[in-house]
Design a protein around this ligand. Structure first.
Ligand code: ADP
Ligand code: MG
Length: 278
């Protein structure tokens, strides 16, 4: 592969000297002995006295694929901001595995220890090929790839090929990313997250704007990732949530209103009230 011009990027994971963060988490240090990967207890976030999160408690099991639903303003995005360190909680605890207190880590540290987040707007490099996008996203010392760049070892190219297969873009590897459809760009960004080997993936409305077929393929992708990764998906599309099939948490006014299978929470009078009573 020829040398690439370094693209401008605004991904916060990418600059601030991640090589120095090695002390935060060594391989195997994530303690999943109680099968819980993410534990939030009594999280409160206030904006000018308004409680966007109000004693929010939530537990995600290792390998789980959890959907989060709830009306606009329920606090879903704020919850992701708090998990990723973008917003600090006023009160409450957040643990990654049994031992890592996320409220003590910075946003880049949290990304580095294995929590990946997908925003709604893709942040792919449009002028680079699909393959190059995945290559650029790989978890390496960025000071090394800034200077060396040229040689991609076979393990790395195998990983890129595997990821291309997972996100079903193998046939598009050599195409500039800017030419992909909206859905394909979303999958590429998920692939870029996967190149960083996250343990936990947070996805905010991943199927918004997708066709029904793209949405269904996205559901299949997430189902195939569960087990190896843990996923927390905020999504309004009920056909998608039904396809995923696991436990659903309903957020309302900054805390969990109901939890269970989709049919159960949809039959809960309190849930019907918050969706219809507005
Ligand atoms: P959701 O994603 O469930 O639609 P959000 O987490 O975006 O909800 O927002 C929850 C509430 O917090 C909303 O009422 C929103 O207006 C408010 N909010 C979110 N972020 C901020 C902020 N930075 N400053 C002030 N209010 C905010
Ligand atoms: Mg939101």
């Amino acid at each position: 592969m020829s040398a690439l011009a370094l693209p401008a990027n605004d991904n916060p994971d990418w600059d601030s000297g991640t090589a120095e963060l090695g002390h935060v988490l060594k391989p195997g240090q994530l303690d999943l002995s109680h099968k819980v990967i993410l534990y939030l207890e009594d999280i409160t976030v206030s904006f000018d006295g308004f409680r966007a999160l109000d004693k929010l408690s939530l537990t995600i099991d290792s390998g789980e694929l959890r959907c989060i639903i709830g009306p606009n303003g329920a606090g879903k995005t704020t919850m992701m901001d708090v998990i990723t360190g973008k917003t600090r909680p006023d009160e409450g605890t957040i643990f990654f595995g049994q031992t890592i207190d996320l409220t003590r880590l910075s946003e880049p540290e949290i990304a580095h220890i294995g929590i990946g987040r997908k925003f709604q707007k893709p942040t792919i490099f449009e002028n680079h090929t699909v393959f190059e996008n995945l290559e650029l996203a790989m978890k390496t010392d960025k000071r090394v790839w800034r200077s060396l760049f040229a040689v991609l070892d076979s393990a790395a190219s195998d990983r890129i090929a595997e990821t291309l297969g997972l996100i079903r873009l193998s046939a598009h590897a050599a195409r500039p990313a800017g030419l992909l459809s909206h859905g394909e760009k979303q999958w590429l960004e998920i692939g870029m997250l996967l190149m960083q080997e996250p343990k936990l993936l947070l996805l905010d409305e991943p199927v918004a704007g997708m066709t029904d077929e793209e949405s269904e393929r996205t559901g299949e992708l997430f189902l195939s990732l569960a087990g190896r990764h843990s996923l927390v998906v905020v999504e309004h599309d009920m056909a998608f949530v039904r396809q995923i099939g696991g436990k659903v948490s309903v957020l309302h006014e900054g805390s969990v209103l109901a939890e269970g299978r989709l049919e159960e929470v949809q039959a809960d009078p309190r849930v019907i009230e918050v969706y219809l009573g507005r």
